[in-house]
Design a protein around this ligand. Sequence first.
Ligand SMILES: [Zn+2]
Ligand SMILES: [Zn+2]
Length: 338
Amino acid sequence: MIILSSERESALQTLFVPETDQVAPVPRSVQPAAVSSGRGMQQVVTAILIVAPLLGVVAAAVGLISPRITLLDVILAVAFYAVSGHGLTAGFHRMLTHRSFKAARWVKITLAVAGSLGMEGSVISWVANHRRHHAYTDRKGDPHSPYEYGNGTWNQVRGALHAHVGWLFQAQPTEEARWAPDLVKDKDLAAISRMFPFLGVASLGLPMLIGWAVTRTWAGALGGLIWGGLIRVFVLHHATFSVNSVCHLWGRRPFTTRVEDRSTNFAPLAVLAMGENWHNLHHSCPTLARHGVDRYQLDSTARLIWILQRAGVVWDVRWPVAEILDRHRNTVAACVPS
Ligand SMILES: [Zn+2]
Ligand SMILES: [Zn+2]
């Protein structure tokens, strides 16, 4: 049964969840009171998640540790970036937040675990925050709008910092049961969410272990930790954060969105953001499995979904339809054919 808290919320909801598969926020009145006791600890964990990768970058930059990068370091960094990054983009974002496709249970679990290795919070909290972003884009209630502080140069700088990383430290917990009731009910995803601290440790420990296993030296293990772990997480974090900040500040807006929504397509981020940088299209048609819909728009996440579909392990993929997209360039229309 779908419960809607207001007509307006219902209208917003159709922007990110297909009509046939709606998951509406549960009204606030039936929610348990937000638990505040864990907030301090949550902010400490957030600080560790953000600062530790930065320390790895600084340490490598000044040559304190692992001064020489090896081929193995590069392979570990690229491989762990691709796995954890696509876990976030294909798994957390397109599969779980927007239901752009359906997947076999093992694919769902694999993508959710892979995304957790990105160290951007538990899968359920990530999805809940992102759904809230779509429901209130660039308005009051958006967890990370760069327009939080209004216009003017200084306010824009503050807003950009807030959208990029500042919002993570603010006390504005998104109620998971309200924004992601479907995920809370999913036993697999609830378990993966609870395992987030362990998966975070594994995200750093695995490349370190592989570095040691291949080279049988502590230098190899350290190289794996620094490059395959800390620096990889640092770059992935800031690529994701840039979708929240840069892709609402600079770039092109070829597709129609709600008036307040200032999402943009920002081409230079295509490789690092794995296609998530075509953010204006995404805000215009949130349920589509492909975001880079125009020629030469790289979207490795869409390619992965296509491969999985060919393999028969994902289905009901919401690919773009040219005529509907063309209508969307000028006017708000349905994103997914009925
Ligand atoms: Zn956005
Ligand atoms: Zn989205």
